[in-house]
Design a protein around this ligand. Structure first.
Ligand code: HEC
Length: 116
């Protein structure tokens, strides 16, 4: 008796596992990972719990950028932020400010968003 013809062989080939992200998505991811260092104190996505330190989610981009530059330059007195701001280039501060400006202000729980 002949055996049943061979069962289907499923060959799954993953070519390199490479996913090409559009440049804009890669930028957004980069901005969020830079901004993630701020979440420890300012809350997830900049929505701080109880407002201490201030929530930075959804604030004006130029305002945020100006504050960071003032902290960095020592123009705005601070307990922590003057040290923290020094760790970033102006380009990074701009990305970070843009990220927080794009976040909806509000409850501490992150709102569901496409892409995460
Ligand atoms: C170790 C805690 C800590 C971390 C980390 C931190 N902050 Fe702050 N942030 C503070 C505190 C505290 C203040 C109030 C000013 C001060 O005393 O330094 C503040 C104030 C600010 C303000 C002023 C808010 C306003 O309404 O004027 C901005 C903007 C800001 N932080 C942005 C950031 C960004 C962007 C990051 C990440 C790159 C960050 N902070 C990381 C603690 C922190």
């Amino acid at each position: 008796m002949n055996p049943t013809p061979n069962s289907v062989v499923l060959a799954l080939v993953i070519a390199g596992g490479h996913i090409a992200l559009p440049a804009i998505a890669a930028d957004a991811t980069h901005a969020r990972s830079l901004a993630a260092t701020c979440f420890t104190c300012h809350g997830t996505d900049g929505r701080s719990v109880g407002g201490v330190p201030p929530s930075i989610a959804g604030q004006d981009k130029n305002y945020l950028l100006q504050q960071m530059q003032d902290f960095k330059a020592g123009k705005r007195p601070a307990t922590i932020m003057h040290q923290h701001a020094k760790g970033y280039t102006d380009e990074q501060l701009e990305l970070i400010a843009g990220y927080f400006a794009s976040v909806e202000p509000g409850a501490a729980a992150p709102a569901p968003r496409a892409g995460y």
